[in-house]
Design a protein around this ligand. Structure first.
Ligand code: NAP
Length: 264
């Protein structure tokens, strides 16, 4: 059986594409292939050229700079969404950041500044985006973000980002409750480790990635394409009854404690 998802006539905003390896781009590719019109926001001018290159063969796209922590940038971004699309159907939040200083040492030493930055950028910006998206979604919609299992269990060095991801998952539930009566769904995808720019800033990420591949039920890590496919499901009507959930795409890593090997 084959299922074709047709998103022609739909509009999406994707926030947080740095390059072709970004999970936001893996999701955008699925949306574009399904015929969706897609606007992109990027944090700084540094990323503009990369995004221009990625979107040049897709006529149904536009890009705009927006630091998600700036009220002014966010207002301008959603004004652009209204101008371009008039109605927004889908929102993808693929943004995360914690200062390196917060991930180099012990969690107990997290400063208030680093805490505030990590939670502001990685969790509050979802709330700020959803609030601006709501009036543009009169006929319902679907909002997704990206989280990681360090919200539930300790992952060495992930530190305050684990707390930020726990906040993001809780915010997903509260937003889903607020927006439920308007049939705006809010879910978050918990992805296994993937080699992206954001991941490179996590100390010892290479080890985490290799251990992930060894321990996962599949004996490999999930791929960004698999993240894109789950996102497409959550952004389409196939998932019409699902909201407020954290859904894993991690090749069965989070279900394992210790994996037996041939030597055991
Ligand atoms: P990525 O390609 O580096 O994407 C992260 C994006 O967030 C970048 O485009 C970055 O822009 C943007 N960003 C950071 N601060 C921002 C701000 N203030 N305003 C606007 N944009 C901002 O890395 P990724 O791995 O795809 O990350 C996407 C999401 O997936 C994140 O939420 C991440 O935590 C999550 N995730 C990743 C993994 C993994 O292993 N890679 C696993 C689970 C979940 P700049 O480059 O300009 O900073």
């Amino acid at each position: 059986m084959s299922v074709t998802i047709d998103l022609s006539g739909k509009t999406a905003l994707v926030m947080g594409v740095a390059n072709a390896r970004s999970l936001g781009w893996a999701i955008a590719e699925q949306l574009l292939q399904a015929g969706c019109r897609v606007g992109f926001s990027y944090q700084g001018e540094r990323l503009k050229g990369e995004l221009e290159k990625l979107t040049k063969d897709w006529p149904n796209t536009w890009i705009q700079q927006a630091d998600a922590t700036s009220e002014e940038d966010m207002d301008a971004l959603f004004a652009r969404v209204k101008d371009e699309f008039s109605e927004l159907h889908l929102l993808v939040h693929s943004i995360g950041f914690a200062p390196r200083t917060a991930m180099d040492g012990r969690f107990i030493d997290t400063t208030a500044d680093d805490w505030n930055t990590a939670l502001n950028v990685s969790a509050y910006t979802l709330v700020a985006a959803a609030r601006r998206a709501e009036p543009l979604m009169p006929d319902g919609g679907s909002i997704i973000s990206l989280t990681y299992h360090a919200s539930q269990q300790v992952v060495p060095r992930y530190n305050v980002m684990g707390v930020a991801k726990a906040a993001l998952e809780a915010a997903t539930r509260y937003l889903a409750a607020d927006l439920g009566e308007r049939e705006i769904r809010v879910n978050t995808i918990s992805a296994g480790p993937m080699r992206t720019i954001a991941a490179r800033s996590i100390p010892h990420f290479g080890k985490l990635y290799n251990k992930g591949a060894m321990n996962a039920a599949f004996g490999r890590n999930a791929t960004s394409e698999e993240v894109g496919k789950l996102a497409l499901f959550l952004l389409s009507d196939l998932s019409s009854g699902i909201t407020g959930q954290t859904i894993y795409v991690d090749a069965g890593l989070s279900i394992m404690t210790v994996k037996e090997t041939a030597e055991d």
